[in-house]
Design a protein around this ligand. Structure first.
Ligand SMILES: [Fe+2]
Ligand SMILES: [Fe+2]
Length: 171
């Protein structure tokens, strides 16, 4: 009898994906619990979500996937570029064809936002190559669509979903 052995590397990749998803699920569940009037369950979900983040990062580090900041920025650029050019456009089209309104909305929101992320990471990589950090600015995130802004060019309304700037989250 041959028992197939899964390598630790494969296990860590599987675990990283699972823990990453658990973090996002619990974050979504936390927000829902808050809305449903269970602030303590919301806090429990939030705390455990953070623990899953620690697990995910531990697995990712064990895979030696966290490298220099320049290398990490390149990985980030490649990921965003893939999403913008290959992943999201056909997803938006499929959602349209299926009449899946919420799916069309969420994939469109992500597609438009990832374009900005790719640009921001490219700017950062050029800076790091020159031995510099990016300039100190506040970052703002649209809570509806995730669109990402720097404080220098903050519009009154989100260009993607029209949310008001007063609702943006500051980082
Ligand atoms: Fe992104
Ligand atoms: Fe938005």
């Amino acid at each position: 009898m041959v028992k197939l052995m899964v390598s630790t590397e494969e296990n860590l990749k599987t675990a990283f994906a699972g823990e990453s998803q658990a973090n996002r699920k619990y974050t979504a569940f936390s927000r829902k619990a808050e809305k449903d009037g269970f602030p303590n369950i919301a806090r429990m979900f939030k705390a455990i979500a953070e623990a899953e983040t620690i697990h995910a990062i531990n697995h990712y580090k064990a895979l030696s996937m966290v490298k220099s900041t320049a290398e990490n920025l390149q990985v980030a650029i490649d990921g965003e570029h893939y999403e913008v050019t290959e992943m999201y456009p056909p997803m938006v089209e499929t959602a349209k064809k299926e009449g899946h309104k919420q799916g069309e909305r969420s994939t469109h929101f992500a597609l438009e936002t990832e374009k900005v992320h790719e640009k921001m990471y490219n700017v950062a990589l050029e800076k790091v190559k020159a031995g510099e950090d990016v300039k100190k600015v506040n970052y703002f995130i649209c809570p509806v669509c995730g669109y990402t802004f720097e404080e220098d060019d903050l519009p009154d309304n989100c260009p993607v979903c029209k949310a008001r700037k007063e609702s943006f989250m500051k980082f």
